[in-house]
Design a binder for this molecule. Structure first.
Ligand code: SAH
Length: 214
């Protein structure tokens, strides 16, 4: 039988062997219990390095991808971050440990309610979860130091580009939703935007409008 301590060691080992080397990122991922965010049938797989289904037909991303995106953001402790696609709230919780302020936007009401309850139970006073279509960003809180999009669009949505500070970084998957997408980093400079490729990924699509409630 595998003990909790062994599972945690395997979890951290999987992160390191996938290139997550920054100690702040590793220690944030060590602190946040993914098991709290994966409920139901798949709870016992929470420490495996794989994406898992959550409610509303969505997925919680694979831990090594969460680590990779968090590392690619190069977060400073004073940063104000916008995340699009709260999902389970797992990624937002990690951002909440690393940055001053996190706004996370989700189009499914049920996911927003559950994530809010989790943030409260974990005493995250610096995370605000909002029910909205994240394709438009969050103009009332813009500009942001960092933006992370956890659903794939064909191109970086222009409202998000506009809501990034000069010197700010956005990490997002781009490409068609039914194929492999490209995780990219966009850095806003005085003159425009610089782009670099990180790796191939597969994310659920960024969908317009609010989710239908069942
Ligand atoms: N970051 C999440 C995983 C996200 S899965 C986690 O840590 O668990 C992608 C999420 O993006 C889904 O929950 C989906 O409902 C949401 N989403 C898709 N399109 C959206 C949009 N336009 N605005 C806000 N959320 C969106």
């Amino acid at each position: 039988m595998t003990t909790d301590a062994e599972r945690k060691m395997q979890f951290l080992f999987a992160l390191r062997s996938n290139g997550i080397t920054e100690s702040r990122v590793l220690s944030a991922m060590e602190k946040i219990d993914r098991g709290l965010f994966v409920r139901g049938l798949f709870a016992d797989r929470a420490y495996d390095d794989m994406p898992l289904p959550i409610e509303c037909g969505q997925t919680i991303s694979q831990p090594s991808i969460v680590g990779m995106m968090t590392q690619a953001l190069r977060i400073n402790p004073r940063d104000k971050i916008l995340e699009i696609g709260t999902g389970s709230g797992y990624q937002a919780a990690i951002l909440g440990l690393l940055a001053r302020r996190v706004y996370t936007v989700e189009r499914h009401r049920k996911l927003v309610q559950e994530a809010k309850a989790l943030f409260k139970s974990l005493d995250f006073a610096n995370i605000t979860c909002i029910l909205s279509d994240g394709s438009y960003g969050l103009p009332e809180q813009a500009p942001f130091d960092r933006i992370l999009v956890t659903a794939a669009a064909e191109d970086p949505p222009s409202p998000l580009m506009a809501q990034l500070k000069v010197g700010g970084i956005m990490v997002l998957p781009v490409g068609q939703s039914d194929t492999v997408q490209n995780l990219i980093r966009v850095t806003r400079t005085e003159k425009g935007y610089d782009y670099d490729d990180i790796r191939d990924v597969r994310f659920v699509p960024l969908v317009e409008g609010l989710g239908k409630e069942v």
